[in-house]
Design a protein around this ligand. Structure first.
Ligand code: PMP
Length: 329
């Protein structure tokens, strides 16, 4: 019988689907790797399992311990899933720009969540890094996966995401496009694809305008889970051949199009990555591009998919203002 022993056994092996409607005629092929089909709903399930496996193996994580992590939600869900299976307690520290829906999900999985301000520098005592470090020190036997610096993050992607994409494209992939948050996805997946293709696969980062990866100062942007105001150790800047900056406006407009035109209800960082992928596809008609879509859109219904929220930031484009019109049923 084909029955998994635990939901965490179903992490990875996500499918690729061709994008069609959003891809302008004459562009290269764009295939999306649909990471929201992981059991916890995001790409982060992959690293959660690897980080915990390796910490158990090294003795850093002992039975019954508490896992403390600064996370915008998705890593928390992954960690909570694996923690449940193995009997650990979880405390997550989230910046206040993260949607309520995402926080509620973490709590539903049984985790404790502490909310901290988004708009303070990383070295401020209330920043999500500082609060996590303090909790880790204070709680006896606490372990912090430290996704921003833990090299098992990129390793998880080297071992799973990279080899899956190579096999699924039968080695025909020419470009990988992925957003950069901790940098784990692009570093691990990109490194694998560069090595196995002997440098033929080009690795393209997608980054919110304002973030340091695309030359910004770290000034705020609204897309969640990507971009940074510091340089995490999980990111190897020598892996991407190019980093494309994308505005919030472009990211959110594309996120809405993906739901309406491609049947892909995904988050804002997916929209951002697709905008970057389409730029590559338009300039390279022979390209075979894989773009990674990190999470699903249900956590953003009150934001990106909400006309009022969008309009409050001046984002709603004229041709997208048809929601709720008389003709809608
Ligand atoms: N998109 C979303 C929604 C995320 O939660 C993350 C993880 N922070 C990313 C993209 C980026 O992934 P990575 O941390 O591997 O760079």
């Amino acid at each position: 019988m084909q029955i998994a022993d635990h939901i965490t056994d179903l992490i990875g092996d996500t499918p690729l689907v061709r994008l069609s409607s959003v891809v302008p005629p004459g562009s290269g092929l764009v295939a999306a790797k649909v990471e929201y089909l992981n059991p916890g709903g995001s790409v982060k399930d992959r690293i959660a399992r690897k980080l915990i496996d390796e910490a158990e193996a090294s003795g850093e994580l002992r039975p019954g311990a508490t896992i403390v992590e600064p996370t915008s939600g998705n890593t928390g869900v992954g960690l909570a899933l694996v923690a449940q299976e193995r009997g650990y307690r979880c405390i997550f520290v989230c910046p206040d720009k993260v949607g309520k829906d995402k926080i509620d999900v973490l709590r539903a999985y049984g985790a404790q969540v502490q909310i901290v301000p988004s708009s303070v520098p990383p070295d401020h005592p209330d920043s999500y890094y500082s609060v996590s470090d303090r909790l880790t020190e204070e709680i006896d036997g606490a372990w912090q996966p430290n996704q921003f610096f833990n090299l098992n993050g990129p390793r998880a992607h080297y071992e799973s995401t990279g080899s899956e994409i190579w096999a699924q494209t039968e080695g025909e992939i020419t470009h990988l496009v992925a957003g950069i948050g901790t940098g784990g996805t692009i570093t691990g997946t990109g490194r694998y694809l560069k090595e196995i293709s002997e440098g033929h696969v080009k690795i393209i980062g997608a980054d919110p305008e304002g973030s340091v990866y695309s030359g910004g100062t770290g000034r705020p942007y609204l897309v969640e889970g990507v971009g940074e105001d510091m340089w995490p150790g999980a990111y190897d800047p020598s892996v991407p051949d190019e980093v494309i900056a994308v505005t919030d406006d472009e990211s959110f407009a594309m996120t809405r199009r993906l739901a309406r035109e491609e049947g892909l209800l995904v988050g804002g960082s997916s929209g951002m990555a697709v905008v970057a992928a389409l730029r590559v596809a338009q300039r390279e008609p022979d390209a075979k591009i894989v773009v990674l879509l990190p999470d699903g859109g249900r956590g953003y219904l009150g934001k990106i998919f909400d006309d009022e929220w969008m309009a409050s930031y001046g984002f709603l484009p004229g041709d997208d203002a048809t929601q709720g019109s008389v003709g809608d049923v």
